[in-house]
Design a protein around this ligand. Sequence first.
Ligand code: PGA
Ligand code: ZN
Length: 429
Amino acid sequence: MTGRTIERIHARQILDSRGRPTVEVDVRLADGTLGRASVPSGASTGTHEAHELRDGDPADFAGLGVRRAVAAVDGEISAALRGHDPADQRGIDAALRGLDGTANLTRLGANAVLGTSLAVCRAAALAAGRPLYRHIAELAGVPAPVLPMPMVNILSGGLHAGRGMNVQDFLVVPASANTIGEALHQVAKVRAAASEVAAARGLPTLLADEGGLSPGCPDSRTALELMVEIFATAGLEPGVDALIAIDVAAHSLAGPDGRYRFGREGVTRTTPEVIDLIEGWVRDFPVVSVEDGLDEEDWAGWTTLTARLGERVTLIGDDLFTTNPARLTHGAALGAATGILVKVNQNGTLSGTLDVLADARAAGYVPVVSARSGETEDDFLADLAVGTAAGQIKVGSLRCSDRLAKYNQLLRIAEDDRVPFAGAPGARS
Ligand code: PGA
Ligand code: ZN
């Protein structure tokens, strides 16, 4: 026990993939082991996410500084956790929540708490001399880790690309791949074909926040047709080798009147009209999943959408659930959605995130472990997705090292031949 205790926790302000401040935490153990983790940040955030503490000082990164969260780690958090066993993830996460004392981690900041929680996990795995994904599997009570199928951004709009399209993301799922290596190879072909097709059409080839293209298609059907053309150009059969996942991020379209504004088309749609639109996508294109098709408070709409399309595609709640156990329970009781996006910083602790994954599985929801549009070089999510056997991962396009860090870690984990690949996602788990 002596060497494996927390000696000191230290944080610093670093910069994420958008050049904005975020928190990095170092957990130092008495035996010298160093566990380090950093915290991601969203742009199209849900209202019910754990609280990201920012300083609001206009002179420091336009108010986005995280120096108060850093100070909370160096001060209160380090003092409270000194001498604790890092293997006791649950106890440490409970202590962090207790120390904060608020439901949403508003006092110390979810960024301070999550950075500590993840760095503690890494320190414990390193001290035990075992791979992070095996350590996480044990914490999660998952008997066998599994490499996830990626869903990868190809075309982006919404808040990730200057609102160049109303629907936020069109992603590829390389469904016929048999290994993670093959999956990434297929995605690389699709991503290259996307640049090729865009250039040939005179569309912009500059990058959106997660490394996809931002072609500024006037409406969703144009973007879906472009996706199918890109698959064909890549030599992949649409609907067999390559499926389409869509993230509407409808919260960013919802107005105070309960209607959805598709500004590029100059159209406002009611909830039933959005459901009709989504049904058209599913009917006419090889769509495997639709995320945040409706707003986070449109529970009645979600129930209707799920009754209509839940057997045909996975309907994923991101802003709807915000990796929050109470919201998942509420949604499950209503029959809202069939899948859940799992983002560690929406929840605030690793244990809390593992609990949501377990709840999701118990309720029959398809989990997708996800990054944020603001990321760092930290590759924790790869091990999280494998260790929890989540089955799917969403960490952005095959561009930018903040994204590739996760994919490259999956390739390293694939050297462990006891870890199988999840393969194609089903409509329901
Ligand atoms: P965010 O976007 O990280 O900007 O919230 C990701 C998503 O909507 O899934
Ligand atoms: Zn989303």
